[in-house]
Ligand binder design. Structure first.
Ligand code: TGC
Ligand code: FAD
Length: 393
């Protein structure tokens, strides 16, 4: 019997990382193991997210990681990606919290708001003292956000927002919501972004009931009943679908890394289980069909790691584009979901128990497969890129 390979980095991708990138990854990994793993099962069972950890995430520089100034850490995209991989090894809900805060709430404020709003919100959001959410999806408009129906009507020096958002991560625990609404007309070009603070009259949030996935994450509906916000709360720096899609571009990048973390978690569980579980007089790891599943998993994990690392290097060089981000999100989330299903099968009946992390990751990944552009939407984005023909029109 030959010496087994214990890690997940079969191709020594670690060698391609800088020392400071490894430091970020290893410190986040330690935090996940010490602070998150002991509590995740209960939070998943109870359908809760430990909001008190937000300031710890902030202290580690995981909220608005790549943003510069306003108390944000200004780390590289690769360091950020490695951190998201470790968070999602813990749970997709944990990575979701950081993605929404940094990429979907802080990023648009940083990119598009005026100085007063940046100074008011960003330093506290970077510390985890203020939590944000991102309201794009509506009950009747998911994959096609250009058709959204939330309206913002100008009234003197205020805007009056009316409409509803659904499936909003952190919605009911957020101190502020980034809300995308149409001003003036009905076209996608009329979409503008607004900051709406919790407690503003007419603004309410409720939790989505009956969720079987991402249970350790808050998912909400937002209701805007003639909510008045000052005109300063509208992002002047962007209009049209480009506003929300540019935020999604940041978040999808983090998800592509995060999915590798989920895949690693389920792969490790499968290897450990297969080596420890005897059937027919020997560990099931000794059977060829089980080995084939493990080989497929490690094969795809290594490819997924290389994919996001190259994408991160392009992003840090300022030459990445949204199609590459779609490719990475699409590939790595599907890869992780396939690994989770395969791992679950190796664990047999134990695969459906929360004594092991596999089923939790598997059902989480069903959400990750759907949000931030469904797998099929990213297929069509790639299809448009390679044919020059849009399937959306
Ligand atoms: P299209 O013509 O493609 O684009 C309109 C304008 O947007 C620009 N653009 C982008 N900019 C930055 N990043 C991107 N990824 C961009 N994609 C497009 C584009 O250049 C154009 O700009 P301009 O200035 O020329 O007007 O628009 P389309 O209507 O054809 O788009 C179609 C489609 C399907 C690709 C798009 O609508 C889409 O991506 N749909 C998916 C919706 C989605 O992803 N929703 C996610 C909601 S948020 C969420 O799920 C959070 S989960 C949070 C968690 O982690 O817990
Ligand atoms: P639909 O758009 O109705 O799609 C249903 C099916 O039809 C999918 O398979 C889709 O691929 C397919 N389909 C749609 N159009 C086409 C087409 N043109 N061609 C082929 N197939 C097509 N949104 C936010 O704004 N903020 C958040 O924080 C947020 N968090 C979320 C958290 C969770 C746990 C979940 C599950 C969702 C979250 N979302 C959030 C919403 C998410 O972005 C949407 O669910 C997603 O964009 C898909 O929209 P939909 O669910 O309405 O599906």
């Amino acid at each position: 019997m030959s010496e087994p390979f214990h890690g997940t980095d079969l191709l020594d991708v670690d060698r391609l990382l800088a020392e400071d990138e490894r430091l970020v990854r290893d410190s986040v990994a330690r935090w996940v193991d010490e602070r998150w793993m002991p509590i995740v099962k209960d939070h998943f069972r109870n359908g809760t997210f430990p909001l008190e950890l937000a300031t710890e995430l902030g202290a580690m520089g995981l909220l608005g990681t790549t943003l510069v100034g306003y108390g944000c850490p200004g780390l590289s995209s690769v360091a950020y990606g490695l951190a998201m991989e470790e968070l999602e090894r813990g749970d997709s809900g944990l990575r979701s919290f950081a993605s929404v805060q940094g990429s979907l709430a802080m990023y648009p404020i940083h990119a598009y708001a005026d100085e007063a709003l940046k100074n008011r919100y960003l330093p506290k959001m970077a510390k985890g003292e203020l939590v944000g959410c991102f309201g794009l999806t509506e009950p009747d408009h998911g994959s096609d956000p250009g058709a959204l129906s939330t309206r913002a009507v100008r009234d003197g020096r205020e805007y009056v927002i009316s409409g509803e958002k659904l499936w909003i991560t952190n919605g009911s625990c957020a101190d502020l919501a980034i809300v995308w609404a149409k001003v003036d007309g009905q076209g996608a070009d009329d979409i503008r972004g607004f900051v709406v603070e919790k407690g503003t009259p007419g603004f309410s949030a409720y939790d989505v009931d009956g969720k079987l996935s991402l249970r350790a994450s808050v998912t909400s509906g937002l209701v805007f009943d003639e909510v008045r916000v000052p005109e300063e709360n509208m992002f002047k720096g962007v209009r049209g679908l480009r506003g929300p899609l540019s935020c999604l571009n940041q978040a999808r990048y983090g998800i592509a890394w995060g999915a590798v973390g989920s895949a690693i978690a389920v792969y490790r569980a499968a290897v450990d289980y297969a080596k420890a579980r005897p059937q027919f007089g020997r560990p099931i790891a000794g059977f060829q069909l089980v080995q084939a599943k493990l080989a497929d998993m490690i094969n795809e994990i290594v490819k997924g790691q290389l994919l996001v690392l190259q994408l991160g290097r392009l992003k840090d060089a300022g030459v990445s584009n949204p199609v590459q981000v779609s490719l990475a999100k699409r590939n790595n989330v599907k890869m992780a979901l396939d690994c989770a299903r395969s791992s679950r099968s190796i664990l047999g009946a134990n695969g459906i128990s929360d004594e092991y992390p596999v089923f939790r990751h598997m059902v989480n990944l069903e959400s990750v497969f759907t949000y931030e552009g469904t797998h099929d939407i990213h297929t069509l984005i790639l299809g448009r890129a390679v044919t020059g023909i849009s399937a959306f029109e």
